[in-house]
Design a protein around this ligand. Structure first.
Ligand code: PEP
Ligand code: MN
Length: 348
């Protein structure tokens, strides 16, 4: 890892040493860090040589498959800034709330939901344009038209937007129209998609597979980071269990465990995990208490008419109440609820 003031020449000199050692496979250059995957002897000697190079702050020898995601690689938590707005940071002192409808449906629906979430203090908007539905007969999302409607809300509010990408061929256009790429639970191990998303130059929100172990989740993040992208945010969204009274089972122990083993920020989706609006608030408060860095919450101002996941969406009023209840819990664990930025809302 380089000193923040390291010059390009100093970085290149280190890369040159690696080349001299026959390590042409510098596998990733992420932010201030050069990663080399090497095998065999001589690693410790090389590490001490690199440590003496100007501009180098720390050399970590990390063994095992979780190289880039592990705390051994980077001790301090990674902060991911999304979009151009300095206030939207995930993994910093602020507890980041992302909110909006599950799916983009119409301009009116988006405007109504976005008005509510902005007033409540969300720092980022959500809305799916490409929906990975369990049934081929369910609403599949508006596709490109949905991306445009979402981007319209970004312009109107100045807030960044996150949206799901379901296939590698759409990565480029989704990256162009949004500020963060969401990889859904059903695609957590779509390795081609992870690689493409990692190379797209936008932060990635990586949801945990509904039947994935924590290790598999970290390895999926490893794919994105290995493609050169250090801006990965993990999202616990519930795992499959035997109990059908909740949609999935929110695994809050995975949040605390992930925070222990990785430097990446971890957020929670209390909507998809529970599937029930009345469980969203208690699980949101619990997530904040467990050390999560934020939430991604479904909000719909007319949930009965929703084309996707209306059964779990919070109404505007429920979202406002949730935000007011979150403040004290977030503060009790030494964080702040990112201040309501109250961007002026132009009409569209
Ligand atoms: C979503 O957030 O819109 C979504 C489909 O979530 P998940 O992949 O967690 O089911
Ligand atoms: Mn959904």
């Amino acid at each position: 890892m380089f000193d923040p003031s390291a010059t390009r020449e100093q970085v290149n000199a280190v890369i040159q040493i690696l080349h001299e050692e026959g390590l042409s496979s510098v596998s990733a250059v992420v932010r201030d860090t050069v990663t080399v995957i090497t095998e065999g002897s001589g690693t410790q000697e090389l590490a001490s040589r690199l440590e003496k190079s100007p501009g180098v702050e720390r050399v970590a020898v990390v063994l095992g498959a979780q190289r880039l995601t592990s705390r051994a690689f980077r001790e301090e938590g990674t902060q991911v800034t999304v979009g151009a707005r300095a206030e939207t940071v995930i993994g910093g002192p602020g507890f980041a709330v992302i909110a909006g409808p599950c799916a983009v449906e119409t301009r009116e629906q988006m405007t109504a939901a976005v008005d509510v979430v902005v007033a409540g203090g969300a720092v980022m908007l959500r809305g799916g344009a490409f929906k990975p539905r369990s049934s081929p007969y369910s609403f599949q999302g508006l596709g490109l038209a949905g991306l445009t409607l979402l981007a319209e809300q970004r312009t109107r509010t100045g807030l960044p937007v996150v949206t799901e990408v379901v296939t590698p061929k759409d990565v480029e256009c989704v990256a162009e129209e949004s500020d963060m790429l969401q990889i859904g639970t059903r695609n957590m191990q779509n390795f081609e998609l992870l690689r493409e998303a990692g190379a797209a130059g936008k932060p990635v929100l990586l949801k945990r597979g509904m039947a994935a172990t924590i290790e598999e989740w970290m390895l999926a993040a490893e794919y994105v980071m290995h493609a050169g992208n250090g801006d990965v945010v993990l999202c616990e969204r519930g795992i499959r269990s035997y109990d059908r009274s909740t949609r999935f089972t929110l695994d809050l122990s995975a949040v605390a465990e992930a925070k222990r083993i990785t430097h990446l920020p971890v957020i929670v989706d209390p909507s998809h995990s529970t599937g029930r609006p009345h469980l969203v608030a208690p699980m949101s408060l619990a997530a904040a208490a467990a050390g999560a860095d934020g939430l991604i919450v479904d909000v719909h101002t007319d949930a009965r008419s929703a084309l996707c996941d209306g059964a779990q969406a919070l109404s505007g009023e429920q979202f406002t109440t949730l935000m007011s209840r979150l403040g004290p819990v977030v503060e009790a664990v030494g964080r702040t609820l990112a201040p309501a930025s109250a961007p002026s809302l132009a009409s569209v």
